[in-house]
Design a binder for this molecule. Structure first.
Ligand SMILES: Cc1cc2nc3c(=O)[nH]c(=O)nc-3n(C[C@H](O)[C@H](O)[C@H](O)COP(=O)(O)O)c2cc1C
Length: 175
């Protein structure tokens, strides 16, 4: 049966290198993998814990549905001010009560100027969400802007190899 991967970029920036990486990964996947890049992060309201009988906002329901339908998730994010982008943390907070990441195979890529704070922080948060962070499917890419051309191609061979390994390991976990 064909598998579905949902990709989430932590950057809402036009021409984001993280979104470019996710687009590039999409070109590497086998044809029988259904691959979507989530485009609703900017529409999510600020997280407020819901009362028990309260329905989630539409944008949040859509996020939950897309996560529930995915066999695996790839998160690719920059670091802002030594931490996770607030928008990405907000997205993750919306999944705490509903458990959408529980046991979900996840690959984690941090592509940033440095990224050394955001990367472990994201792994910690995903741990709190009981996600299945796939062995050897995590990668910190520092100096990302020097490793990518204006067309979104990775120009650093070692980084490209490491990215392929991340994706191969994620695929192995779900196929
Ligand atoms: C407000 C702001 C704060 C930033 N803070 C950090 C930081 O703390 N650590 C880091 O590695 N990069 C930092 N950066 C650099 C970004 O990680 C870098 O611009 C990255 O390429 C952004 O990802 P994107 O291309 O996917 O949008 C910062 C950038 C901005 C705009």
């Amino acid at each position: 049966m064909s598998k579905t991967i949902l990709a989430i970029s932590g950057s809402l920036r036009d021409r984001s290198s993280n979104t470019q990486i996710l687009k590039l990964i999409g070109t590497w996947l086998p044809a029988d993998i259904s691959y979507d890049i989530y485009d609703g992060m900017g529409d999510l309201p600020h997280f407020i814990p819901a009362a028990e009988d309260e329905a989630f906002p539409k944008a949040v329901q859509s996020l939950h549905n897309q996560l529930d339908e995915a066999d695996a998730v790839i998160i690719c994010t920059p670091e802002y001010a030594f931490g996770l982008p607030g928008s990405l943390k907000n997205l993750l907070d919306w999944t705490v009560a509903t458990g959408n990441f529980v046991d979900k195979p996840v690959a984690v890529i941090t592509a940033s100027s440095q990224g050394s704070y955001a990367h472990p922080s994201l792994l910690t948060t995903l741990g709190a969400l009981s996600a299945n962070i796939v062995d050897d499917a995590t990668l910190l890419i520092p100096f990302i802007r020097a490793k990518m051309d204006t067309n979104g191609n990775i120009t650093d061979e070692a980084t490209e190899r490491e990215l392929h390994t991340v994706i191969d390991n994620l695929l192995q976990a779900i196929t």
